[in-house]
Design a binder for this molecule. Structure first.
Ligand SMILES: NC(=O)c1ccc[n+]([C@@H]2O[C@H](COP(=O)([O-])OP(=O)(O)OC[C@H]3O[C@@H](n4cnc5c(N)ncnc54)[C@H](OP(=O)(O)O)[C@@H]3O)[C@@H](O)[C@H]2O)c1
Length: 369
């Protein structure tokens, strides 16, 4: 008697897999300025007919809300939720995510960033505006890179972390993949500090401008993250690591703008202590003007080191060309040896950041289709 053994047929090119994978869903962490703008953008484009993954849920530090109905209403519900009395964040036990889902991190939370590599390892894609994934400890950035290597089809979308979606990280990675070596990155990397020093013409106190930038949503949730140089440090680390240079945070020399009493203030004291910035910056501006220079907050990385701080640059310097919240970055490499590659454009604000998050989501959804 003969036995017929049926073997699986090799998949035909272009043929559909017999087992349809469930469509990816979105899980949003953070319903603040950026998270809300992200949901608003998704729903606006969905209403215009764009095919977008559905929301599974949305969460902040207080509550997790089902997003399958009306995501805009879910955001409102999450934002109105009462404070949570300690304990683990609500999504930790209830996330119910499956591989191919997409987590969007629109928080500034170190705890959430600590989960990025864990989600990737489980086959869940990550899209993040939170710089504490690739821009904090080197070990964490390396864990994220290792998780991506181990799951090649799983994506980590971080274009919103630096330049709010300007093609900075993409360009650096493509140059490196093409065999180039990045020798120098120099730029105005903080949209909020770019805006502040562009506006700072002596007619208003610097502290007043900081309040205006904060109220317009240009600064980090705590403006000291910008003024202390921490935000630029993280961005510079992300860029340097994308260029293949595995730097630790302490390698960056940071010149903070914060006087000690402001740096040490509790969150409730920050607003009243902003005036402590004014005298020193007024003097630095006066000196810069006398020298035919302009103040710009600059991050620089090259073979000699990596630093962040306020610089007085000659009026004609390319980094003085940006206006408003423009980010302006010069990249020098073996290919761009004589003239750096310069990338410039709006680099702050909830709208452009939300658009960058959605671009990453759509890249992932297209790759998964
Ligand atoms: N604003 C901008 O223009 C801009 C531009 C580029 C990048 N970014 C980045 O985008 C991120 C969000 O900024 P934002 O301005 O939207 O901040 P935000 O308005 O302060 O919102 C932060 C959100 O994160 C939530 N959150 C904090 N810890 C959490 C946790 N453990 N689990 C779940 N949710 C948590 C907060 O929840 P609660 O409300 O419950 O506290 C809040 O909803 C930051 O990483 C920032 O650096 C912002």
């Amino acid at each position: 008697m003969s036995t017929v053994v049926s073997l699986p047929l090799p998949a035909r090119r272009g043929a559909r897999s017999p087992v349809q994978r469930p469509a990816p869903r979105l899980a949003l962490l953070g319903t603040g300025t950026v998270g809300s703008a992200f949901v608003a953008r998704c729903e606006r484009l969905r209403a215009q007919g764009m095919a977008l993954p559905a929301f599974a849920w949305l969460s902040n530090s207080r509550v997790l809300v089902n997003g399958e109905g009306d995501p805009r209403r879910a955001v409102e519900e999450a934002r109105a939720a009462p404070a949570r009395a300690g304990g683990r964040p609500p999504w930790v036990e209830n996330e119910g995510l499956r591989s191919d889902d997409i987590v969007i991190d629109a928080t500034a939370s170190d705890g959430v960033a600590g989960w990025h590599s864990e989600w990737l390892a489980r086959g869940i894609h990550m899209v993040t505006a939170n710089k504490l994934g690739n821009g904090a400890d080197l070990a964490r950035a390396q864990a994220i890179a290792a998780a991506q290597r181990e799951r090649p089809g799983v994506h980590y979308g971080d274009s919103a972390t630096v330049g709010a979606g300007l093609p900075l990280l993409r360009s650096i990675r493509e140059l490196v993949a093409g065999g180039d070596r990045i020798r120098m990155i120099e730029g105005v990397l903080s949209g909020s500090l770019a805006w502040l020093f562009d506006r700072y013409d002596g007619s208003r106190a610097f502290s007043e401008l900081v309040r205006e930038a904060r109220d317009a949503g240009f600064t980090e949730p705590d403006p000291r993250d910008d003024l202390g140089g921490e935000d630029v440090r993280r961005k510079l680390l992300i860029l340097a690591r994308a260029a293949g240079v595995p730097l630790e945070p302490h390698a960056v020399q940071v010149e903070s703008l914060l006087p000690e009493a402001l740096a040490q203030a509790t969150p409730a004291q920050v607003d009243e202590r902003l005036v402590l910035l004014d005298a020193d910056l007024a003097e630095r501006r006066r000196q810069a003007c006398a020298d035919g220079a302009q103040l710009r907050f600059v991050g620089r990385f090259d073979d000699d080191g990596i630093s962040v701080g306020l610089r007085a640059l000659p009026d004609a310097h390319p980094l003085c060309a940006g206006r408003g919240t423009d980010n302006l970055v010069a990249i020098g490499s073996c290919r761009y040896r004589e003239q750096p590659l310069v990338i410039r454009g709006p680099g702050a604000g909830a709208e452009v950041t939300a658009a960058a998050l959605l671009d990453d989501v759509l890249r992932i959804a297209r790759a998964a289709a």
